[in-house]
Design a protein around this ligand. Sequence first.
Ligand SMILES: Cc1cc2nc3c(=O)[nH]c(=O)nc-3n(C[C@H](O)[C@H](O)[C@H](O)COP(=O)(O)OP(=O)(O)OC[C@H]3O[C@@H](n4cnc5c(N)ncnc54)[C@H](O)[C@@H]3O)c2cc1C
Length: 300
Amino acid sequence: MTEADVLVVGAGPAGLTAATYLARFHRSVLVADGGDPRASWIPVSHNMPGFPAGITGDAILARMREQAEEYGATIEPGRVTELLQQRSQFTARLSDAEVTARAVLLATGVVDHHPPLPGVERAIERALVRICPICDGYEATDKAVAILGDSDMGAREAAFLRTYSDRVTLIHTGPPDALTERAALADLGVDVVETPIETVRLEGDRVTAFCWNGQDRAFDLIYSALGTTPNAALARSLGARLAEDGRLEVDLRQRTSVPGLWAAGDVVRGLNQIAVATAEAAVASTDIHNALRRADGLTL
Ligand SMILES: Cc1cc2nc3c(=O)[nH]c(=O)nc-3n(C[C@H](O)[C@H](O)[C@H](O)COP(=O)(O)OP(=O)(O)OC[C@H]3O[C@@H](n4cnc5c(N)ncnc54)[C@H](O)[C@@H]3O)c2cc1C
């Protein structure tokens, strides 16, 4: 497909949900699938609405993809490397092809800053290393939990995890002055261990911090609080307004500051949750459809 009503960039939960909605509005929709969505890293999600026994990230994606294709959405592997706008038309470079579209939805997500620990990818699959306390903090209830951080973001995640466990330790690997919340952490009963990242090991089913002062510590699991980088380059190239953290600013209908360009999911400021990504995609696609109807002269 080289021409579509709507180009959706990204085939994670946000992009695939938008594809289903748009296809069901009888819009031609092309989804550019850059691969390796964050959602594919989810070992088992227990907070995905409608799945009381939990569901893997791959299974969520497979169901969403099947649903979008059922209604005629086209999903093409490849990354959009360039996005240009001329009047009311976008032109995108997708692999070796040029694609034109009347509207574009960016559902490009973010990239996690994984800790540089040998075996980290396998440990994420086994939920020994975790990324998202909102997603799976419940499964850390009463466990010995470590949070790996190099800034006050680590302090905030450690404080959040006190909801679940009274055995919470912040492993701070950044410079001492990057952690300003020591007193608040002490009040909350969060231990703080300051040690270089090289002393942290993933060993079987445990995480161990070998501390220089001999007080080695072992944990049931560790949360990485090292942050993310939003995939916002295409939006930036069109001059879209970004928030301070590099994610995209949108209005209540998921419109960016560039006319014709919408955004949904983790790339937008929010909770980094599937339920949020799919809700934003539903709002964006309905607004896109109505905007195209208006552009075609339908006033009602
Ligand atoms: C380990 C882990 C566990 C998690 N557990 C849960 C959970 O239990 N519950 C929950 O709600 N959330 C969970 N999350 C968060 C959830 O995965 C994200 O909120 C969700 O995937 C966001 O969906 P998205 O579509 O915005 O982004 P993504 O799923 O990241 O998809 C974005 C896609 O866009 C593609 N892309 C980027 N740029 C381009 C381009 N230029 N061209 C083409 N494609 C491009 C990327 O390759 C990617 O495939 C977890 C995340 C992780 C990492």
